[in-house]
Design a binder for this molecule. Structure first.
Ligand code: UD1
Length: 459
């Protein structure tokens, strides 16, 4: 069967055509582009917020649960969604993309049709690029009775095991073995509903189990489930596909399995991490921006945390209006927590924001070990930060100075962009491919609000 998908990729990769079962396209390899920023300009105007990356990836994986078409609207144009499309294509899913990249905040429309699964193996080459690839595991075992998914392995923000995903699937009756770096899960007679109690909150494990349970026999209850808005978005899409799910958004989710799911149309929620990132970009530059399409309910903890720092965030008809209250920002103490707490994915950006605040800020990371790789780079720009175990003490300095910097993950990279926007002189952010994983047209969006910022293409 000839399958094809297309990405007229605005950022690193050009148009892709991929046959089912083919090796991953070499053009998905990370670009070595850089971003040059001359700091000191306040952001002003409007900035469109894209669809949520972390909602889109599980929604795309959910297409594996049905032989009918799943159509997703407001899909962001990112390296990670391209990687997921590539992975799904080699499982046999036809993926089509429609819609322009530029302009508003309506995103693209993606249609996914998995009428026949041609491979149940998720190869190392794709899984190592993106940990969220493990989200195909639950749907594949549930629909095909088997899956072979490469272990994601270590990553730059800690060891990040997938044991909760595997134990959960075992509870639903799958047999799971680890061989040659691969997870081999089988359930020849199908999965059976059960109670799965998570010892701690995992977003990915909740999503994987929720999808698998949709095709299991009988009822599944997920206890201590993640409550992130992306879980609710996935549950709404699964319900539109015919699943019976109750309690998404609480820590107890009940799913009654069905023999089959059907196609659906679903619109991806706005990206709350992109929203929070740009809220802080506005604050660090003493700007005044309306974030189009953003929703206050998705970033309530962030807005609440930033209020005493001196940042006002107000819901408007079109999105969120963000500006500083007055004068210099004030240092605040923040601890990352599962939703509805302050997100770990905004910890690095908050730290950049606090580098020039008045007084001290204490930032504690409770979700991931080793998520302070941005600290030495921020210090090279003049920040004063002391790390003790999971806590960073940031003492505000009057100004940052530009420098060549690089980071080893997505959110750390964007924190350096934020620092660069506020710094005196020129900052070059290397390894832009991290940004392209999760921020759509970052330099275009910020430049349109007055930032002096450009991409230097790798020749
Ligand atoms: C998702 C998000 C990521 C975010 C994270 C926490 C996506 C695609 N990614 O990642 O951006 O930073 O939630 O909000 O949505 N853990 C285990 N065993 C497991 C699973 C997780 O020990 O089986 C640990 C992790 O190492 C981590 C913690 O649990 O310390 C939370 O991880 P989890 O919520 O699963 O994060 P992801 O779903 O990978």
């Amino acid at each position: 069967m000839k399958l094809r998908y297309m990405f007229d990729y605005a950022v690193p990769a050009p148009t892709l055509f991929c046959d089912s079962g083919a090796e991953p396209d070499a053009r998905l390899q990370p670009s070595m582009d850089k971003i040059r920023i001359r700091g000191g300009r306040p952001l002003r105007g409007t900035l469109p917020i894209s669809g949520a990356k972390n909602a889109t990836l599980p929604l795309m994986a959910a297409a594996l649960l049905t032989d009918e078409t799943l159509t997703l609207a407001n899909v962001p144009h990112l390296a990670d969604t391209a990687t997921m499309a590539s992975l799904l294509a080699q499982h046999g899913v036809s993926v089509g993309i429609d819609g322009a990249t530029g302009g508003g905040h309506t995103g693209r429309v993606m249609s996914l049709k998995a009428d026949r699964i041609v491979s149940t193996t998720a190869p190392y080459d794709l899984v190592r690029k993106m940990r969220a690839s493990v989200l195909v595991l639950g749907p594949l075992v549930a629909r095909e009775g088997q899956a072979r998914v490469s272990l994601p392995g270590g990553c730059s923000i800690g060891t990040r095991p997938v044991d909760l995903h595997l134990k959960g699937l075992e509870r639903l009756g799958a047999r799971v073995e680890l061989t040659n770096g691969y997870i081999e899960a089988t359930a020849p007679g199908g999965l059976t509903g059960a109670e799965v109690v998570f010892p701690f909150v995992s977003v990915g494990a909740t999503e994987n189990l929720m999808m698998a349970a949709c095709l299991a026999k009988g009822e599944t209850t997920l206890v201590n489930a993640a409550r992130e808005p992306e879980i609710v978005d996935l549950a709404q899409c699964l319900a539109a596909m015919g699943a019976e799910i109750e309690g998404a958004g609480t820590d107890r989710i009940r799913i009654r399995g069905r023999d089959r799911l059907g196609g659906a149309e679903h619109t991806v929620i706005p990206d709350r991490i992109e929203t929070g990132t740009y809220m802080m970009a506005v604050a660090i530059t003493d700007g005044d921006v309306e974030l189009l399409g953003a929703r206050l309910d998705l970033v309530a903890a962030v807005a609440d945390a930033l209020a005493p720092a001196g940042v006002t965030v107000r819901q408007t008809e079109r999105g969120l209006h963000v500006r500083r209250t007055n004068g210099r920002l004030t240092g605040i103490d923040v601890m990352t927590e599962p939703y509805p707490g302050f997100p770990t994915d905004l910890q690095a950006q908050l730290m950049a924001l606090m580098t020039t605040a008045g007084g001290a800020a204490m930032i504690t990371e409770t979700i991931f070990e080793n998520r302070f790789m941005h600290v030495p780079e921020l210090m090279r720009m003049g920040a004063n930060i002391n790390v003790h175990q999971a806590t960073a003490l940031v003492r505000g300095v009057p100004k940052l100075t530009g420098a060549p910097v690089m980071a080893t993950d997505l959110r750390a990279s964007v924190s350096l962009v934020l620092a660069g926007l506020a710094a005196e002189g020129e900052t070059i952010v290397n390894r832009v491919y991290h940004l392209d994983r999760g921020y759509e047209r970052v330099e275009e969006k910020l430049a349109a609000c007055g930032a002096e910022m450009e991409r230097i293409r790798d020749s």
